[in-house]
Write a protein that binds this ligand. Structure first.
Ligand SMILES: Nc1ncnc2c1ncn2[C@@H]1O[C@H](COP(=O)(O)OP(=O)(O)O)[C@@H](O)[C@H]1O
Ligand SMILES: [Mg+2]
Length: 386
């Protein structure tokens, strides 16, 4: 490995973690590029915290190695690694004010003049007025968002090579969480160090991270940029966990650069390049399409649909108007509960529950998945909270 001497990538090679006979993390190979904002996303219990703790040195891997740049750190204790962690609980020192909490890491290393560096951190996390105004506040006198900022500043003042964040926004209400997501992203861009962020919230992961690793049952199922994962899920778990997907069980009719499938008499087409498994004529395929890619017309307007579109018929079972869009649930012989999101531009008064409709979409917006998987994987876990 002589070609990567300048690199500060986090490299996990074959790391796993067993607790007795239970495997919390299966052998995992993962490279987290230096300077990236990387998210580990998955439902509660999938092994995110365990993975993070192995990077921090708080948990010893059962197998495998952890490297930071050129340096293998697998057996280094946490305080000897150039890594700091921000926990969901913040773990601030209750008896110290904001300044002293942030200064802690410097003081512990015996550094006497801390003011300049602490002030820089206070500015970075925009805590100025709260930190400087007298009387100086202790953690319990701060809001959740302010405590979060102190925790981030306290970790960053040590100039770690990698900052690990374990569900750091989990205790905040939704509005504050959104604000802190953008704030953390800004801080990461400003300091340029690697952030590894653990969350069960798919929107949070997509908003913040350059790269998301979707974990399920102690394994990384798929890794990529948020848009790549969303547009091209390779498993039913990823298709269902990241947003919503309509998955249709279909039989393969013909293959080539375009694949044709049939489902309850409807013929649907999709590009072979968008299949994560090789379709075989006569075999099964799960055909996926996102709810916002589908258009909806009353059955009597079927003739207005352009040629070449994928089309299926159904009946509106339910509709919810949510302002920016209307979310429809459609019963179709092809699939029992299809979801369709129609942007609120011009609302067609005929699109009400009970109406017969035709759904249509661009075949290019269809993806194909291996039919041997559980079609509902990743669905029940979406609403789970910390
Ligand atoms: N110290 C431990 N002893 C036994 N099982 C554990 C221990 N720590 C975690 N686990 C189990 O390992 C799995 C993964 O845990 P964790 O990494 O904390 O998940 P996540 O952070 O994704 O919610 C869970 O099933 C959890 O119960
Ligand atoms: Mg956890």
């Amino acid at each position: 490995m002589t070609d990567t001497t300048a690199s500060g990538d986090v490299r996990l090679a074959g790391i796993s973690k067993h607790y007795g006979s239970f495997t919390a993390v299966h052998p995992l190979d993962l490279t987290i590029p230096q300077g990236s904002f990387f998210a580990l996303l998955g439902a509660s219990g999938c092994g995110k915290t365990t993975t993070l703790r192995m990077i921090a040195g708080l948990e010893e891997p059962s197998t495998g190695t952890v490297s930071l740049g050129e340096r293998e750190v697998t057996h280094l204790p946490p305080y000897k690694r150039p890594v700091n962690t921000v926990f969901q609980s913040y773990a601030l020192f209750p008896h110290m004010d904001i300044f002293e909490n942030i200064a802690f890491g410097l003081r512990r290393r015996g550094i006497k003049s801390v003011k300049k560096q602490v002030d820089e951190m206070i500015d970075l996390v925009q805590l100025g007025e709260h930190a400087r105004k007298k009387p100086h506040k202790k953690p319990h006198q701060l809001s959740g968002g302010q405590q979060q900022r102190v925790a981030v500043a306290r970790a960053l003042i040590n100039h770690p090579q990698v900052l690990l964040l374990d569900e750091p926004l989990g205790a905040l209400d939704l509005k504050l969480r959104r604000q802190m997501q953008l704030e953390l992203k800004r801080i990461q861009t400003e300091v340029g160090i690697t952030f590894v962020h653990v969350t069960h919230d798919q929107e949070e992961a997509m908003t913040m991270a350059d790269t998301v690793a979707v974990m399920n049952g102690g394994r990384v199922e798929q890794l990529g940029a948020p848009a790549e994962l969303y547009e091209n899920p390779r498993t039913t778990f990823v298709a269902n966990f990241l947003g919503t997907s309509n998955l249709i069980e279909a039989s393969v009719e013909s293959t080539g650069s375009d694949v044709a499938v049939s489902a309850s008499g409807a013929i649907l087409r999709l590009p072979a390049a968008r299949c994560s498994t090789t379709p075989r004529t006569g075999g099964k395929l799960l055909v996926g399409v996102r709810p916002e890619k589908i258009s909806l017309v009353p059955a009597e307007d079927e003739h207005t649909i352009a040629a070449g579109r994928n089309k299926i018929t159904g009946k509106i079972a339910d509709s919810s108007f949510i302002g920016v869009s209307t979310q429809y649930v459609i019963d179709s012989p092809v699939c029992p509960e299809l979801e369709v999101y129609v942007q609120n531009i011009e609302r067609d008064a005929r699109l009400v529950p009970g109406a017969d409709v035709v759904l249509h979409w661009n075949p290019e917006h269809t993806f194909g998945l291996d039919a041997a998987q559980d079609i509902d994987a990743g669905i029940e876990t979406v609403e789970e909270s910390a």
